[in-house]
Write a protein that binds this ligand. Sequence first.
Ligand code: NAI
Length: 462
Amino acid sequence: MADTYDVVIIGGGPGGYNCAIRAGQLGLKTAIIEKRGKLGGTCLNVGCIPSKALLHASELFDAAKNQFAGLGIKTGKVELDLKAMMGQKDDAVEGLTQGVEFLMKKNKVDYIKGFGKITGPGKVEVDGKTLTTKNIVIATGSEPSTLPNIEIDEERVVTNTGALALKEVPKKLILIGAGVIGLELGSVWSRLGSEVTVIEYLDRIMPGADNEIAKEAQRVFKKQGLEFRLGMKVTGVEKLKTKLKLSMEPAKGGDQEVLEADAVIVAVGRRPYTEGLGLEVVGGKTDKRGVIETTDHFKVAEGVWAIGDCIAGPMLAHKAEDDGAAVAELIAGKAGHVDYDLVPSVVYTNPEIAWVGKTEEQLKEAGIEYKKGKFPFQANSRARTNHETIGFVKILADAKTDRILGAHMMGVGVGEMIHEICVAMEFGAASEDVARTCHAHPTLSEAVRQAAMGVEGWTMQM
Ligand code: NAI
């Protein structure tokens, strides 16, 4: 292990480990410090990856139970083996965390297990040992926000961590927060047999998503069995011997209501995690939400940088990855930059929801004139053959220049299809560029092309 580094990264999540890989590739002597005992951060250990393993398995379970017969496939009685389902999820996580450790070795990055604390400019202490470095990169991520009068035990009243490891299927499950976590985990447990109620403070689901998509999504999830209570404020959860009693009242004021549940998942957002980091010794500051203040190019102070969930911008693993690579490039004297307008969002429900760029509401608010093309999967031949016709693609383009400003999709596979628009927007494409690009037939992606044609009013297959 070196005595002096070019870069010491605190935090081994997607931001930190991608920064380490890029720094290693660029020949910088790099160390990464992680306190969890495993690399990969929230995403790999208790977030994106395990949730996708459960979303996939529960989707197949649901298909076997409810859809196979319609496709002419006979099965015996379809039963759930929750222990095995959790086991394959743990295997996926284990394999991937080991993969990240391998990538550290491959790129000659020192992986140091322990809690990293900044003790001065160019100095980071890990469990009593001081590392000296030219650059410190803070990649400490975020932690779940909590609510007053709710005590998390990760057994019955849980965050995303406990929700991915419940030992049995709760009969009645309440989710607090109709954001991304609420919808994804609500879908998993509903498919596995729970009666799910989602309570949301606002009068809509998925704040941040385009309104038209959010409305359609709520209708579809309701049909799938999720009950929504919008405009409700949770005031507490009382733990009885076998049951939980959740109290709530209308957000605008009114009578209290009590709901019973077997488990409650709290998913009301996340906040930056900077506890005990020693940010102040290098003059680092946080705003009132705990977000570390940086320049546009990730700088906190001379030789101190911050990336990912603990700074401004969307709290998403892929945004953190891009921040990490950009900072490594800046440290190496190159031009690192991330355009937060082009960070896609994907909600991995069934069907998926995905978007990039501006929503209609944002364009209206900014007074930007736009044109809109929309195409339903109901009219897409591949979606029809697959019996997966829910949802639509919507493309928004500048009324004068035709430059694409945003795309919003709901449908099977849109989490992959959104990247066509990300690439187009990265190159400053017009909707006509997408409309005139040949798309294979029959594919779901043809819906993207047809929506792009719709911007100029020449959708052909509807
Ligand atoms: P979120 O910010 O997406 O949603 C939280 C929801 O809780 C909001 O709708 C909010 O209005 C509501 N809420 C807040 N206080 C409330 C209260 N007292 N009572 C009722 N509702 C209340 O946050 P979420 O779902 O916890 O996710 C955390 C972060 O993780 C987000 O930044 C999200 O983007 C990210 N994430 C991303 C995923 C993906 O990209 N597929 C998957 C899971 C999480």
